[in-house]
Design a protein around this ligand. Structure first.
Ligand SMILES: *Cc1c(COP(=O)(O)O)cnc(C)c1O
Length: 426
């Protein structure tokens, strides 16, 4: 990179490096504007966004309907705290509960907070409804999970970089292999104090691992028989990303109507974040039916910003957009096209092993060692060629564009990606 030519880029990076904590390793590109499927850097160069802020921007950058709702509400009332009622939260609670077909919603701000909330609800349910002895509740989680960055959540991560030197860790979690029903059955049958099973319907951060057909349904059935809560973390997979309103919907296609069909799995607790606001504002939520949610009473849990009027307005607009623009259908259609186009390329490739995913949550696996910098170098080249993506776990590149993309744009992106990959073929 010629430093003089890219002075604005270099200056912004230097500033962040000097005054910001070094808790990320960003691709060297400095963005200053976004619209739909595009972002622009400070030099004015335009890119396709193929990360969508880890699937927060499913509705596309700066969607006018979402920004409009935010703008209007921001000029009217931004925050009351929950010390008082506000006239937006009830409307949003009703809207989102009906939208996802649950009795109640508990509003939070970030994904990690919503996961924490779900764990607290599950534990309280275990003691008050299931009758597990005090402090004995165990929640089953999966290896290679990603549920956020709080102290409790990293306690049951097996990512050493995320975990090391942040102990002592929170107790009460049992780890089993992902996509392994026998392990789930054994863990539940060997311990009568199991309260819940926390799972990602597709492991996104781990590298877009799609479980075997029927895994979620069977896992839910095992939980049900044993009175264990099935807790779905759909922070990344939810809100149309995988070609359905939720990844747990499976093949149910009611998402553009009223959620009255039969989902593959109906979680006991559903965790949402990211695209719940279309990337405009931090909004997360936990949804459950009354038999579970009613264990939460005044003083048990809360957040100053959770359920604020701006968040409520933004989330309703963001969910409207998903239905109005049929984003789930589009994600399913374009996802199939994307994988089939990449598979054509992979047939004759020595550098790419495979493409996998569902809807527009996909990844390619690079044919190189896990600690190689090939995937990183490819992302630098993709950037030079006008498309932004980021490696996840060494040799895997995740591809997750905004769901408002059209077919012509997707095919343009496929040619940018395949032309870039060609530069790396041996
Ligand atoms: C991103 C993510 C989280 C954490 O969300 P934050 O808003 O970053 O706290 C939790 N679970 C999954 C599956 C995620 O992808």
């Amino acid at each position: 990179m010629a430093v003089l030519e890219k002075k604005a880029t270099q200056d912004a990076i230097d500033l962040e490096n000097k005054y910001g904590a070094h808790n990320y390793h960003p691709l060297p590109v400095v963005l200053s504007k976004g619209e739909g499927v595009y972002v622009w850097d400070v030099e004015g160069k335009k890119y396709y966004d193929f990360l969508s802020a880890y699937s927060a921007v499913n509705q596309g950058h700066c969607h006018p309907k979402i920004v409009g709702a935010m703008d209007e509400q921001a000029k009217t009332l931004t925050l009351t705290s929950r010390a008082f009622y506000n006239d937006m939260l009830g409307k949003y609670d009703k809207y989102a509960s009906e939208y996802f077909n649950f009795d109640k919603l508990l509003p939070m701000n970030t994904g990690a907070e919503a996961v924490e909330t779900a764990l607290k609800i599950c534990r309280k349910w275990a003691y008050e409804k299931k009758g597990i002895p005090e402090n004995k509740a165990e929640i089953i989680v999966c290896t290679n999970n990603f549920h956020g960055r709080t102290t409790t959540i990293i306690s049951f991560s097996n990512d050493e970089v995320a975990r090391n030197n942040f102990g002592p860790y929170t107790q009460g979690f049992t780890k089993i292999e992902y996509d392994n029903l026998e392990a789930l059955k054994a863990a539940i049958e060997n311990n009568k104090n199991i309260a819940g099973f926390l799972v990602e319907p597709i492991q996104g951060e781990a590298g877009v691992y799609v479980p075997s057909e029927g895994y979620l349904k069977e896992a839910k059935a095992i939980c049900e028989v044993n009175n264990v809560l099935f807790i779905a973390d759909e922070v990344q997979t939810g809100i149309a990303r995988t070609g359905r309103l939720l990844a747990t919907c499976g093949n149910c296609t009611c998402e553009n109507k009223d959620c009255s069909g039969t989902p593959e799995v109906k979680p006991d607790i559903l965790i949402l974040g990211k695209a719940l606001s279309g990337g405009a504002y931090p909004v997360s939520a936990v949804l459950a039916n009354d038999n579970v949610m009613n264990v939460i009473r005044p003083g048990n849990h809360g957040s100053t910003f959770g359920g604020n009027p701006v968040a409520a307005a933004v989330a309703m607009a963001a969910l409207d957009v998903v239905k109005d623009e049929k984003l789930a259908d589009n994600a399913e259609k374009l996802g199939k096209l994307f994988r089939s186009e990449l598979n054509k390329y992979i047939e004759n490739s020595s550098i790419v092993k495979l493409v996998r995913g569902k809807g527009l949550l996909n990844a390619i696996v690079i044919n190189d060692t896990e600690d190689s910098d090939t995937a990183w170098n490819m992302c630098l080249k993709l950037r030079d060629n006008g498309l932004l993506a980021k490696p996840t776990h060494g040799n895997i590149i995740r591809f997750a564009p905004p769901l408002v993309m059209n077919e012509e744009q997707l095919l343009d992106c496929v040619s940018i990606i395949t032309n870039t990959l060609k530069e790396f073929e041996k």
